[in-house]
Design a protein around this ligand. Sequence first.
Ligand code: GLU
Ligand code: ZN
Length: 309
Amino acid sequence: MTHSSAAYVGRFAPSPSGPLHFGSLIAALASFLDARAHGGVWRVRIEDVDLPRCVSNADRWILATLHAHGLEWEGEVLYQSQRSEDYQRIIDAVLASQHAYYCTCTRKMIRQFGGVYPGTCRNAGATRPPDSQPAASIRLKLDDPVVEFNDRILGQQHFASGHAIEDFIIQRKDKLFAYNLAVVADDIHQQVTHIVRGSDLLETTVAQLSLYRLLGAPAPEYAHLPVAATEPGYKLSKQNKAIGLDNQRANENLIEALKFLNMTVPASLTKNNCDKILDWAIRHWDCNAVPKTREVIVDKSESTYYKQK
Ligand code: GLU
Ligand code: ZN
């Protein structure tokens, strides 16, 4: 690995569940700018760990869209679907050290306890699935979960209850590796030092930090961006008709994304190509200027990112 000792390694880690839309461009662009402004490395990882939710070819559309917007990554694109061995090795290790256990609870049972996992199976501490229920999930045993961290954008964060600190699943009943496990394993593997991503993932950060600590790995710095939402609580996503970015309008898309990130874009910049726009943005990038909120409402009728009915 050429950049293994870089002081800054950032990344963009899209799930290939559809084309890149305006909401995901924000995370791609901000993580890219933050890396480049620090003279760092920017990697791309395709988070296809949840294969049933992946759409075939979405990885290629995403990569083509990044490329069309001048967002060039370094090194090979890492695919989570190729990383099972490492995930399994971690699971074996945390089971062996009794930091994880098999859980046979059903979703219905957990719902009856209010939705947050109450730790029903933790005392049994099974390190093998019971013969009667071979399809059990594996949970991390968090005796002393991490409850806070300092976010570079949102400041001090504290999550001392609920899903953020429950014994989270690292391998599902259906044997799929869970996102929280894969993302931490990959960020460690890729030596990521700085994570810039949407604040829909804010609560997952403490869970992920607990796993870093358990694995004895240094934790990265976090910066959580506001997510683009069409209404409070409705982030742009495939589900609410966010459409794939039009690569023919890449420079306009970048300008819109820079404005979303609260950058004061000179009018003259808008006529430039992507590389020029990105050059300007790297020079003017200021993480502190990003709105310190978890979401920003965008205009529903803006056809750049919202499909009109
Ligand atoms: N794959 C996740 C998503 O697309 C992002 C994970 C991350 O940045 O940590 O929402
Ligand atoms: Zn259980």
